[in-house]
Design a protein. Sequence first.
Length: 488
Amino acid sequence: MKQETEEQQDFVKEVTKMSDDFDRWYTDVVRKAELADWSGVRGMMVVRPYGWAMWEAITRAFDDMIKESGHENWAFPLLIPREYLMKEAEHIEGFAPEVAWVTRAGGSMEELEEPLAVRPTSETIIGPLIKRYIQSHRDLPKLTNQWNSVVRWEMRSRLFLRSREFWWQEGHTFHASAQEAMDEAALTQDYYRQIAEDWLAVPVLAGKKSPAETFPGAVYTLTVEGLMRDGLALQMGTSHYFGQNFARAYDISFSNRENERELCYSTSWGMSTRLVGALVMAHGDDSGLIVPPRVAPVQVIVVPIFRDDQGRSRVESFINGWAPELKAAGIRHRVDWRDERPGDKYAHWELKGVPLRLNVGGRDADAGQVEMVDRLTREKVAVPVAGIGKRLTAELDGFQKKLFARAVKFQRDNTVELETLDEVVAHFRERSGFVWAQWCGDGEEEARIKTDAGGVTIRTIDEKAKPSGRCVVCGKPAKFRVALAKAY
RNA sequence: CGGGCGGUAGCUUAGCUCGGAAAAGCGCCUGGUUUGGGACCAGGAGACCGCGAGUUCAAAUCUCGCCCGCCCGACCA
């Protein structure tokens, strides 16, 4: 590992080494790989095309999933009247500290009679609006989603991970029965698992949040939790089951088959641009990004190598001979004709994490092949151009699998099972990662873990496990098996 | 939001203590030689020194206020 690190530093010089300072490494990579920047307005970021393209790949995948199961995209207002926001007591109590308010408007900046909240999430505006469209059980379920940005007045910011504005989707659904709403929460949780594992190649723990970590106003919250290369956990998507809490607050009701008035059961669920940060932190190395092929803006970069105009046109016509095959195979590729030396281009695209690079020079043209270099291993292999579209499709698929397998191994290597609080505290003094432990379910014991182990929280409850052991803190019979970690 | 540190060219920084013509490396532009892992030569452009006030004959430098960023903490369910 150490040796590998030292070899790699010969390749990309722009970024702080991960082992030296993970946080600085992260910021360097995000900025040097042109994913995002700060804007000059505190906590507000500029997402640049290379970063946004990854988010777009995620949004396309997720949008397809939810459309497939009958969800529809809506657009609801950015600004929420105070009166609406205040209705669900727990919800507003939870969000109050991070709400930004519009209190003045117009050329003379006149004070508004009723302040408007900039949405931190849209339950409180969708509730009172959606009820218009729900009268009968025949109008249910109402499966809505919106793609937008929200504002939360965070005190401490990090690019992608915690900014005052971020982009996300928020799904809000309304159902005629509790079971159906609970199924919806479970379904979307599994969508998030798929996005994390199948698209971003980040294995996750899927489970339920503890009461203390549950979304304000929810009956329960489901989560998927990934592990970053610094050993900290990151929430990569959440689904909330509200029961009738919001329906009660906003009087969202319908006539059932017996012509009785009944309150809806509702859910909400979201994932955000934070996932771009997750991808950086889950896969990157000392040379920069490693982007999973399925979300990579550029999957294959072609670097032509030549000496003079003659050599250039020879290589160019060689590339033109097979590049259409890549296009036909649906491979996102680019030929780097910039007037730079090949070495610069290698470093440039490695920093940007492009999965596969094809070095193509006169020798390759003669041999009817290209030199393929893998971003993960830097292995070079000769690939014949005959059937190159099919071959690269398979290589990209293999790359995606290798990346996932590597992340699975990392997660496994950084997960342990412990039995006592002393062990947990000692463990987190030395290292990080996930710790499975048993818990009695008491909030006091949970708080004890957090203080004693320095910010360690219950990331998720394993709902399938039936614990037979004792609580890691108090020694009473355990009710839950939980995953502990420090988290972003 | 508290405590500490910082902001000088696109990037990284020197200069600030002790006020007196704004510097360097990288990057960028032009021309040439080069090109299979980060080339070299020559020339050139680029900075209201974060913003605003104050002190002074004179402010990147001293003082005050504000903005932005980094680290630590609180908070973030």
